[in-house]
Design a binder for this molecule. Structure first.
Ligand SMILES: [Mn+2]
Length: 240
């Protein structure tokens, strides 16, 4: 089986500088080239810098990556998406209109004799109780409903400002890898996973932890990396 795992593309709905433009262009050319190459692509969180789909509206700036994902799907590749800490407010768009299931916490799979777990990583920061409370709050309170009733142009402008404010930044910015590795080690020992794939730290790496491997797919804001798991063998690839 040919699997591609990717996270933290942070595709922007607002291009502010040259770097945003370059990162977005790289994401698009990667997605164009991924067509026909894989049996499964795991979108492991923070693919979009912010996601919301209203009852009748999606963010038009996401049309370029979205139609590429639909093209990949048309070639027979299965896609799954896991929530990140930037993209978590999903409505029905992915499931209903491009047939991509959403997993809020994790997705697991056994293929080619390997037991694999895919999770973004924001659930496992080290010493960050405040984020755990925030994560629950933002998902299960009336905040989402309230957000939906504000005009998209206004709510997206507010969101862009908020994500740059320091208080919100502490919730949105990647934490160090320590908490992620601690969780990976724990779950490898407890549930005998061969591979635990995460993102969030933006640090691409593969590390042996007991009988399994911790794999971090890095990011597309600095490293432009992803993982390929081909016939059970895992490798981190740096996109040119
Ligand atoms: Mn993240």
């Amino acid at each position: 089986m040919r699997i591609c795992v990717i996270s933290d593309m942070h595709y922007p709905y607002q291009i502010i500088d040259e770097r945003d433009k370059e990162n977005a262009d790289k994401v698009l050319s990667f997605l164009t080239e991924a067509k026909g190459k894989y049996d499964l692509i795991v979108l492991n969180g923070d693919i979009f810098d912010f996601w919301f789909d209203w009852k009748y509206t999606i963010i038009k700036q996401y049309f370029p990556p979205l139609h590429r994902l639909a093209d990949i799907q048309d070639q027979g590749c299965k896609l799954v998406m896991i929530s990140g800490n930037h993209d978590f407010w999903f409505n029905d768009f992915f499931q209903k209109y491009i047939n991509i299931p959403i997993y809020d916490k994790s997705y697991s799979l056994i293929a080619d004799g390997k037991k694999m777990l895919f999770t973004h990583g924001d659930l496992h920061p080290e010493f960050d109780f405040r984020y755990k409370v925030f994560r629950q709050l933002i998902r299960y309170s009336g905040i989402k409903k309230l957000f939906a009733w504000v005009h998209p142009d206004l709510s997206l402008t507010i969101t862009a400002r908020l994500t740059r404010s320091s208080r919100m930044k502490s919730f949105m910015q990647p934490k160090k890898s320590a908490g992620l590795k601690k969780y990976a080690k724990h779950i490898i020992n407890k549930e005998k996973y061969d591979y635990v794939c995460m993102g969030h730290s933006h640090q691409p790496e593969i590390m042996n932890l007991g009988s399994g491997k911790y794999i971090n797919t890095g990011d597309w804001t600095r490293h432009h990396t992803y993982a390929e798991i081909i016939d059970g063998n895992v490798e981190i690839i740096h996109y040119k």
